[in-house]
Design a protein around this ligand. Structure first.
Ligand code: HEM
Length: 241
């Protein structure tokens, strides 16, 4: 019992929490990107996808609660590790550069904080409709397939990125997210004890590759709106604007 408590309080446990919650968040980011790319397929597809998610009902809440827990544990473990680090080394190193460090690895706390602010801002924007309340409902969308009137996620996202300040803030946040992911993957695998040189060779490339896919994929949406590839959908009959 006491050895279990000792383990739960250890730095190793905190690092395992950070790594597993981080990998779960990366899984969410893959799914979220695939869903968001439906913006290129038009309103019927992305609004239908958002409706499909909503119709998952309790299952959606299970996933949401799992994700909120993962985000919460990830933030907690990063603060805990930073505090322990500081306590173990009250006088900072003269030089912060270690042999194998990269800009991404040295700025994990800064990029992590930027992502935390971004997620709060993003939820206030697209999930709660507080940042741009006039474009949140965006008139509603009548599904061509079923005639059902649903949340016009497509026009809401277009309206968001038609505002250059909002588009720029997303692009900056996405750069931080990509930098964070680029270092996070190999770090997580190392923490989880996957240190076999052959696997490490692969995992050390997986982080930067995924970071590049995330950056290009997510950026394509604000850029698509800004250059007019993704345009506001025209008003439909029987839907109030
Ligand atoms: C161009 C980039 C992005 C776009 C266009 C986008 C779009 C959206 C939209 C439209 C929603 C609301 C869905 C709905 O209510 O039906 C949403 C929710 C959300 N987004 Fe994003 N997103 C982007 C990037 C990100 C990133 C980088 C993260 C994480 C770091 C993120 C995390 C979330 C979370 C946690 C939710 C709430 C999910 C839920 O309510 O179940 N998003 N996003």
């Amino acid at each position: 019992m006491s050895s279990l408590l000792h383990f739960l309080r250890s730095t190793v446990f905190t690092k395992i929490v950070m790594a597993t919650s981080g990998l779960l968040i990366i899984g969410f980011l893959v799914g979220h990107l695939l869903g968001n790319l439906l913006m290129f397929a038009g309103p019927e597809k992305i609004n239908g996808y958002a409706l499909g998610l909503k119709n998952l009902g309790p299952l959606l809440w299970v996933v949401r609660i799992a994700m909120i827990t993962a985000f919460g544990l990830h933030v907690w473990s990063s603060i805990e590790l930073a505090l322990r680090n500081r306590a173990a080394r009250p006088i900072a190193y003269d030089t912060k550069k270690s042999l194998k460090s990269t800009l991404a690895s040295r700025t994990m706390l800064v990029s992590g904080m930027a992502i935390l602010f971004f997620v709060i801002y993003h939820l206030l924007h697209y999930t709660f409709g507080i940042i741009q309340p006039n474009t949140y409902y965006a008139g509603g969308y009548r599904m061509e397939s079923t005639g059902e009137i649903v949340h016009h996620v497509y026009n809401m996202v277009v309206a968001g990125f038609q505002n250059p300040f909002i588009a720029l803030s997303y692009m900056i946040a996405l750069a931080f997210m990509s930098s964070h992911v680029s270092h996070a993957m190999s770090s997580a695998f190392q923490t989880l004890g996957i240190t076999n040189p052959n696997i490490s060779k692969f995992t050390s490339k997986l982080g930067p590759a995924l970071a590049a896919i995330f950056l290009i994929g997510y950026l394509s949406i604000p850029i698509g709106v800004m250059i007019g590839v993704i345009k506001k959908a025209p008003p439909q009959e029987h839907v109030l604007e």
